[in-house]
Write a protein that binds this ligand. Structure first.
Ligand SMILES: [Zn+2]
Length: 310
């Protein structure tokens, strides 16, 4: 349910009209149904660029700031999570007094026609409310800072081969120079955004759901059908497997490391079993479960390349 409480309609409809309305409604429903899941998976989403940059058609900041330029930006899932965490995009719900999540805000700081839109998870209600200039200015400054810290492109100095002047020979000699280039981050994700496709978003929800199911299964496993050996060595397993990934060990090096580690840290009658369990866990590592070993996505990717090399 969208409750419009008299904030200027122009801003909201102007942006929504550029989006296919079917997609928009679909994304809104996905959001309403899964926000708890996303909050639960917050850290992993903030660490994974593809998820961080997930587009949400109804999330944006559009503020006119006289004399200081303006802001008109799509807010990605990561920006929202960050803003919610920092309290920039949090406001009290005026029905239940609980915390509600702001997903869009806008207006003009000169004409005082500012507004924001938020979702109250308790009431399961969208609220569209007028905002003060001061609050909107604060929100604008803060969100500009968030956007600045997570750019979608970056500039870098690129080395390129060319020729330089030389006094000898034909007057030219090979040289390496640098030039400034702009590179888009995650072009595939941006492509998805431009096309307003929602497959990626759906993938994200499925992934988050699976992650939460994994965790539930793991908890249930340890409560309901305990494997005393895994339970006893849970921390050791996490440490050993985390090290193998972070140190980018290939199969031979990992085997050697396991052998040495167990010899130094475990009683003799536990070593074989520990190695077997560790090997099982390593072979079962995938994108959906590496986080439990406190491994970053970039570390997992880098290790994967080494591990799959024959
Ligand atoms: Zn509420």
């Amino acid at each position: 349910m969208i409750r419009n409480t008299g904030a200027p309609r122009g801003y909201l409809s102007a942006t929504i009209d550029t989006t296919d309305s079917g997609t928009h409604i679909h994304q809104t429903r996905l959001f309403e149904d899964n926000i708890a899941l996303l909050l639960q998976q917050k850290e992993q989403i903030l660490m994974t660029p593809e998820y961080f940059l997930s587009p949400l058609s109804f999330c944006y900041a559009s503020v006119g700031v006289p004399g200081f330029g303006s802001i008109s930006a799509a807010l990605r899932l990561g920006h929202l999570l960050f803003g919610w965490e920092q309290g920039i995009l949090i406001n009290q719900c005026n029905h239940c007094q609980g915390q509600a999540y702001i997903v869009a805000f806008g207006g003009n700081l000169k004409s005082s026609s500012c507004w924001y839109r938020m979702w109250c998870q308790n009431c399961r209600l969208w609220l569209h409310l007028p905002a003060t200039k001061e609050t909107t200015r604060k929100r604008t400054d803060s969100i500009k800072e968030v956007l600045r810290k997570s750019p979608e492109y970056f500039e870098e100095l690129e080395q390129y081969a060319t020729y330089g002047f030389s006094w000898s020979g034909d007057g030219l000699m090979p040289a390496t120079k640098s030039r400034l280039t702009t590179r888009m981050l995650f072009p595939a994700v941006l492509g998805v955004y431009e096309l307003n496709k929602i497959e990626l978003l759906r993938d994200l929800y499925l992934w988050a759901h699976k992650r939460s199911a994994d965790r539930y299964a793991a908890v249930r496993h340890s409560l309901g059908e305990p494997d005393p050996f895994r339970l006893k060595h849970r921390d050791a397993l996490r440490q050993v497997i985390g090290t193998i990934v972070r140190e980018k060990l290939d199969r031979a090096a990992a085997f050697k490391y396991l052998e040495t580690w167990t010899a130094e840290n475990l009683a003799e009658d536990e070593r074989d079993e520990f190695q077997r369990v560790s090997e099982d866990e390593i072979l079962a590592l995938h994108e959906g479960n590496f986080a439990r070993y406190q491994v970053r996505p970039s570390e997992f990717e880098a290790w994967r390349v080494v591990w799959d090399r024959k």
